[in-house]
Design a protein around this ligand. Structure first.
Ligand SMILES: Nc1ncnc2c1ncn2[C@@H]1O[C@H](COP(=O)(O)OP(=O)(O)OP(=O)(O)O)[C@@H](O)[C@H]1O
Length: 636
């Protein structure tokens, strides 16, 4: 009884407290106006709530504070100010194009499928004939786009000097193997073929000696029979030898310089050596300055090479500074021979013949040098491009078919066209359409076996054309070559004597080798005497070996540019090719992230290999034998 009574008292007390609280709340509501929050909750339509939720999801952070509503206008009251609105987030396109050079925003996006018959291009009869002799009947997309720009139909715009209407510069971004070399070689040969006197009129700068040799071959092939003199300067020969090859007259200072060659193909280091140390070496007559693999060269600013080269193409401020670089004895009055028009003012500046009269020499004239930048991964870094002081540059972007097709589905045609620019600006590089890409995740210990599995179970190399294998360093290259040799010995020894016992022949190609050795190995590989070339990133850029069907990144590339250049050694000039990346387990996340950021992951197939697969198991004993021998060799 007593307990029941206490329970009843407790219940009555609680009810009383609850009533008091509700009463206090009612009173508070009567006294104060409804809060903004409450009002909004009441009035907000469902749509609005959805939008807020979407915006929150977009930002991926805490829910936004509720929106304030404008106070309703009361009769006779002043109109209320509109409440501030959160601006819409800028689109990917707006962000990418922000602060961008208008020339780049207006880049010409070229469809890689576009071609043009050599007969329809505005080329000389001699050039058409020569191209056909070389088996070139159709111009590729980058050539189709660039030729009308570099070879306008008006003869005045093909002139060697254009002091009053200088040519515009160009930046060209096109996939690996798309024919960028011919896109500049053909116009240069066509324009220079009209020259009477030999002057240094075209300078092509490349990052490696091997590329210099390759581009020289192209110039010689295309320019055959046109009388142009072509030379290289890479430091492979002595400086004195190069000087004799390049210079016609070094005995007396000549204002117009002297040259035995029309076209010079060189590496930047040796170019600076000649600018600074070869008397009468001048760039004043340059009509073309080509910087191929431009992003790599612009990143190599040793010796400040670019600033010096650009300065040498422009008229100097004084006669003495004109000769400061190549002639230490500036007191000697140079002979006034054929100066380039832009440099003609130097005569008026001559300290020995001060001229008070205004003549044609005093008319301002621009340098006729047209700068042309090429790369499959061209930089869009405004700082680096600004250093080039480009003249009204035109941008040409050969955009991947796949990216354009996707764009066309989703966006307007114009926006689809912008895709190429956006991809270029955002460093999402195109690879050839004919390229198939794969990656395999493996443990570090099983990587050598994974390589040999690709060779013997997936048709990579040997019987299917050449295979290029990239390793991370010269040392890694040497080691891998030894492993493959030991593996092949063990495999072939296990075969019955009547099976032909053909081994995969393998060679190293790295910076450890002398240039002559490298050339011989490359020739052997091109002649298919070598099946597998194991190399460092030395050949990743620009090297054109047409029969390479497979590229294997034995060590994963460190960035997406390296990836693009490595895989681009195959699937060139419209041929098919396969790229394989062996990725160690601990690198897999990073590798995929790298490709995802470049919008490229979806294109690269993940290949899975099971340990119990028959072919894999068959190769295990050879792998073990090779590793054992490798260990013995390196522990000696
Ligand atoms: N119009 C053409 N017809 C047939 N073959 C061509 C044509 N243009 C170029 N080629 C061939 O295509 C191959 C690749 O050309 P090139 O080396 O110029 O490519 P690239 O764009 O400079 O590549 P990378 O970026 O890797 O340096 C070469 O073997 C070249 O001879």
């Amino acid at each position: 009884m007593e307990r029941k009574k206490r329970r009843k008292e407790r219940k009555e007390k609680k009810d009383g407290e609850r009533k008091d609280k509700a009463g206090r709340e009612r009173k508070r509501r009567r006294l104060s106006p409804p809060s903004e929050h409450e009002e909004e909750e009441k009035d907000k339509p469902d749509e609005d709530q959805d939008q807020v939720a979407e915006a929150d999801a977009d930002r991926g952070d805490k829910p936004a504070p509720p929106k304030r509503q404008p106070t309703p206008d009361l009769p006779g009251a002043l109109p209320s100010f509109p409440l501030p609105r959160r601006p819409d987030a800028p689109s990917k396109l707006d962000l990418a194009l922000q602060g961008l050079d208008s020339a780049l925003a207006n880049a010409e996006v070229v469809d890689p499928a576009v071609t043009r018959s050599v007969d329809d291009a505005s080329l000389s009869e001699k050039m058409r004939r020569r191209l056909k002799e070389l088996g070139i009947g159709e111009l590729f997309a980058v050539q189709t786009a660039l030729l009308p720009f570099l070879l306008p139909s008006s003869p005045a715009q093909r002139a060697l000097y254009m002091p009053y209407d200088p040519p515009r510069d160009a930046c060209v971004s096109a996939p690996t193997g798309s024919g960028k070399t011919l896109a500049y070689v053909i116009p240069i040969v066509e324009v220079l073929a009209s020259r009477i006197v030999t002057r240094l009129r075209a300078l092509v700068v490349l990052p490696t000696r091997d590329l210099v040799a390759q581009v020289r071959e192209t110039f010689e092939a295309v320019g055959k029979g046109r009388g142009l003199k072509i030379a290289t300067a890479t430091g492979q020969h002595s400086f004195a030898h190069e000087q004799t090859q390049l210079m016609a007259d070094r005995s007396k200072p000549l204002l117009g310089g002297s040259s035995k060659v029309d076209v010079l193909i060189c590496t930047p280091g040796r170019l600076i050596d000649h600018l600074e140390g070869t008397p009468n070496f001048t760039l004043q007559h340059l009509r073309f300055l080509v910087i191929d693999e431009a992003d790599r060269l612009l990143a190599q600013l040793f010796q400040d090479w670019l600033a010096k080269v650009l300065a040498a193409t422009r008229p100097p401020s004084s006669l003495s500074s004109a000769f400061a670089l190549s002639s230490p004895s500036s007191s000697v009055v140079p002979h006034a021979d054929a100066l380039a028009p832009a440099f003609a003012s130097l005569l008026g500046l001559s300290p020995s013949s001060p001229s008070g009269l205004l003549t044609e020499f005093d008319e301002p004239k621009a340098s006729s040098c047209q700068k042309l930048l090429f790369s499959a991964t061209l930089t869009r870094d405004p700082g680096k491009l600004a250093a080039l002081a480009l003249r009204e540059p035109r941008y040409f972007v050969v955009a991947g078919e796949r990216k354009r097709a996707q764009g066309a589905e989703e966006r307007e045609e114009e926006a689809g066209k912008m895709d190429g620019v956006v991809d270029f600006v955002m460093e999402k590089f195109s690879v050839p359409e004919t390229l198939e890409e794969h990656y395999l995740v493996t443990s570090a210990a099983q990587k050598p076996l994974a390589l040999m599995y690709l060779v013997h179970a997936r048709g990579v190399g040997a019987d299917s054309g050449g295979v290029l294998v990239f390793a991370k360093s010269a040392e890694a290259v040497a080691r891998l070559v030894k492993f493959v040799e030991f593996f092949e010995e063990a495999r072939v020894d296990a075969l019955p004597a009547d099976t032909g016992r053909r081994r995969v022949s393998v060679k190293a190609y790295s910076s450890d080798l002398a240039p002559g050795e490298r050339r011989a190995i490359l020739e052997g590989f091109k002649a298919r005497k070598i099946d597998m070339l194991v190399c460092s990133d030395l050949v990743a850029r620009g090297m054109d070996i047409s029969h390479v069907e497979h590229v294997v990144s034995y060590d994963a590339p460190v960035d997406v540019r390296k990836y693009v250049h490595r895989v681009g050694r195959t699937a060139r000039a419209g041929r098919k090719g396969c790229a394989w990346s062996l990725v160690e387990e601990q690198e897999a996340r990073w590798f995929k992230e790298m490709l995802r950021e470049a919008d490229h992951l979806a294109r690269v197939k993940h290949v899975r290999v099971r340990d119990e697969e028959k072919k894999w198991k068959e190769l295990v004993p050879f792998n073990e034998a090779a590793l054992k021998r490798l260990k013995e060799t390196y522990s000696r």
